[in-house]
Design a protein around this ligand. Structure first.
Ligand code: MG
Length: 163
């Protein structure tokens, strides 16, 4: 059967916010009293986006490609993970049409950083910045994200067949 012409993908990630770590989100470092904890740079936004791309082409999640038990992945720049995801999708004959990303964070305010994030993510993916939608919301004080203990991200992508 020929490749379907369109494939949708969804990704989700969450990392704890702790003191003493830089806050890396969407491939940029943001001034913040707390940063995300994780084996890599813990960029929850980029992880959700990469998982959405892997999922769209029915490949395993990023934990399979980049295990958090692998010393080589320690402190890793997650743009490398995202690059791997789009490369694997392209090998299977798909290109990213658009991505829609929602970050759930109580603080800091992310609006001033959207442009820089979009530029970085577009560069990593080799796509136009206009295909990357970024938005944020709070959890209204509820749950770990609402208490400022974590940042979560959801990503939806649409891929088109290049065959
Ligand atoms: Mg993660």
């Amino acid at each position: 059967m020929a490749n379907p012409s369109l494939r949708i993908g969804h990704g989700y990630d969450i990392h704890p916010l702790i003191e003493g770590r830089p806050l890396v989100l969407g491939g940029i470092t943001i001034a913040s009293a707390k940063g995300l904890e994780g084996h890599s740079d813990a960029d929850a936004l980029t992880h959700a986006l990469a998982d959405a791309i892997f999922g769209a082409v029915a490949l395993p999640d990023i934990g399979v490609y980049f295990p958090n038990t692998d010393p080589a992945c320690k402190g890793m720049n997650s743009q490398l993970i995202l690059k791997k995801a789009i490369e694997e999708a392209r090998k299977l004959g798909y290109e990213l049409l658009n991505a829609d990303i929602t970050v759930i964070a109580e603080a800091p305010k992310l609006k001033p950083h959207w442009a820089a994030m979009r530029t970085q993510l577009a560069e990593t993916l080799g796509v136009a910045p206009s295909v990357i939608g970024l938005k944020a919301t709070t959890n209204e004080g509820m749950d770990a994200t609402g208490r400022g203990e974590a940042i979560a991200a959801y990503a939806v992508v649409l891929l088109t067949s290049t065959d």
